[in-house]
Design a binder for this molecule. Structure first.
Ligand code: SF4
Length: 244
């Protein structure tokens, strides 16, 4: 089975909605927050790619360069024109703040932006894209941007498979020594870094493989209540949600 973090995570949250999205391919209404997240990610990808420095001969791109990148990559799908302007302003403030916290004192282009990776877990193949891989002291750091309004609880983040999967992808696919893995919560200009020495590759792969085996053999796809039920596109047809 070919898997991504998004598929695994969707199945772990709720097999019923996973089936609707990934197997039945039910078209769901486009969400504004997809546009917002995409725009911020694309601006940062451009900013760290080294293209700006290359084109403009800059050692360090300016805050205005970052905002120009946001303007170039702004996606207004799902917004009315007024909403789009307000959302762009919000994005601009987020990136200005980001620049002050993460760039002003220390900038270098990424080693890679949005590189694709894959690795095997038993008979399954896991792949995906990483927002940014950066050189740091003694190795490389994996960075993933988040646009959450609220930073999830520490325990929720620690249980999540995303960074462990990226860690394995980088060590096995790129054969790089990863010394840190981090989320950057853009709305909060906050970086949360994890010590990679706690990652047990064997156990992570085992968890991925067991979940993938369950997915491959699944026939019921029963709904499973979770923290995202309120925003689920299938809640009106979901017996579990409506039995609450
Ligand atoms: S509302 Fe139902 S289908 Fe949607 S995520 Fe919750 S349990 Fe799953």
């Amino acid at each position: 089975m070919r898997l991504s973090y998004s598929k695994l995570s969707a199945y772990e949250k709720c097999p019923y909605s996973y089936k609707k999205v990934y197997i039945d391919r039910v078209k769901t209404p486009y969400k504004k927050y997809f546009s917002f997240g995409h725009s911020l990610h694309a601006a940062l990808e451009d900013f760290y790619s080294g293209r700006l420095s290359y084109w403009l001969g800059l050692k360090k791109p300016s805050k205005e360069n970052l905002i120009s990148a946001l303007r170039r990559h702004w996606k207004s799908e799902g917004y009315s024109s007024e909403e789009s302007e307000r959302a762009f302003e919000e994005g601009r403030q987020i990136l200005e703040n980001y620049y002050e916290v993460f760039v002003r004192g220390d900038f270098s282009p990424a080693w890679r932006v949005e590189p694709q990776f894959s690795f095997s877990a038993g008979r399954h193949q896991v792949g995906g894209f990483i927002d940014r891989i950066h050189r740091n002291d003694g190795g490389f750091e994996i960075i993933d941007y988040k646009t959450h309004r609220q930073i999830p609880e520490k325990e929720t983040l620690e249980r999540d498979l995303q960074l462990p999967i990226y860690y394995i992808g980088c060590t096995e696919y790129f054969r790089k020594k990863i010394t840190a893995v981090s989320y950057i919560f853009l709305r909060h200009a906050k970086k949360v870094t994890y010590d990679v020495s706690r990652f047990d590759v064997g156990r992570i792969k085992q968890r991925v493989e067991m979940t993938a085996d369950r997915m491959a053999g699944e026939s019921d796809f029963r709904p499973r209540r979770n923290n995202y039920c309120g925003a689920c596109d299938f809640k009106n047809e979901c017996g579990l949600f409506n039995s609450a």
